[in-house]
Ligand binder design. Structure first.
Ligand code: IMP
Ligand code: MG
Length: 180
C-alpha cells in the first residue's frame, strides 16, 4: 500500500510552516480582524476547498458578532498551475448588499482567483469588501489585486497541507509542506 500522506508526516518533504507557527499567526490575524470589524457584524466568506482549514481556525479567533458563509471555486484542476479560468462550483447564500464582507482564501498565486471573486462580490454591492489570505506567493503574480490581510509571504513553490491539495490529496495535513 502506498500512503503518500504518511511520507509527508514522516518528514520526507520539507515543512514550510509548522502547525505552531500557523496557529500563532492566525491568532494575530483574528485579533486584528476582531478589532478592525468591531461593531460591524461582518460576513466572512471562506473559499472552498483550499480555505476550509484556515477558515475554521480563523473563525475560532474572532471575538465579535459575525456571519460565516462559503463559496466554492476552481481554477487548478489536477495541475500545479492555474488553468487561467476560474469557475464557480457553489455560490454563496448570504445577502451581501450593504454588508462588510471579508473573503478568506488559503493562498494567492497568480491573483486570478481573488480578482474574479472581487469582481463578482463587488457586483452584489457590499458596503466593504476585503481579502484575507493565509499565504501569498509574491513571485506568482500575473494580475494586479489587493489583499488586505496576509498570513505569510512565501516563495513561489508548490505547497500542500493545511487545506491545500495536489490533485485533491494532502488537504488533511496539519502543516504546510513544499511538494517539489
Ligand atoms: P491563483 O488564482 O493563481 O491566485 O490561485 C489561487 C488558488 O489556487 C488558491 O486559492 C489555491 O486553491 C490554488 N493554489 C495556488 N497555489 C497553490 C499551491 O501552491 N498549492 C495548492 N494550491 C494552490
Ligand atoms: Mg483556493
Amino acid at each position: 500500500m502506498n500512503n503518500q500522506t504518511a511520507q509527508f508526516l514522516q518528514g520526507k518533504f520539507p515543512v514550510l510552516l509548522s502547525a505552531e507557527k500557523i496557529r500563532q499567526r492566525i491568532q494575530e490575524l483574528g485579533r486584528q480582524l476582531s478589532q478592525d470589524y468591531a461593531g460591524k457584524k461582518p460576513v466572512f466568506i471562506g473559499v472552498l476547498n483550499g480555505g476550509y482549514m484556515f477558515m475554521s481556525d480563523l473563525m475560532r479567533e474572532i471575538t465579535i458578532d459575525c456571519e460565516v458563509d462559503f463559496i466554492k471555486i476552481s481554477s487548478y484542476g489536477e495541475a500545479m498551475q492555474t488553468t487561467g479560468v476560474v469557475k464557480i462550483k457553489k455560490d454563496i447564500d448570504a445577502h451581501l448588499e450593504g454588508r462588510h464582507v471579508v473573503v478568506v482564501e488559503d493562498i494567492i498565486d497568480s491573483g486570478l482567483s481573488v480578482n474574479y471573486l472581487a469582481e463578482r462580490l463587488n457586483a452584489l454591492a457590499p458596503q466593504s469588501l476585503k481579502f484575507v489570505a493565509l499565504l501569498v506567493k509574491d513571485g506568482g503574480k500575473q494580475v494586479e489585486y489587493t489583499c488586505d490581510y496576509v498570513g505569510f509571504h512565501i516563495p513561489t513553490r508548490f505547497v500542500v497541507g493545511y487545506g491545500m491539495d495536489y490533485a485533491q490529496l494532502f488537504r488533511n495535513l496539519p502543516q504546510v509542506y513544499v511538494m517539489e
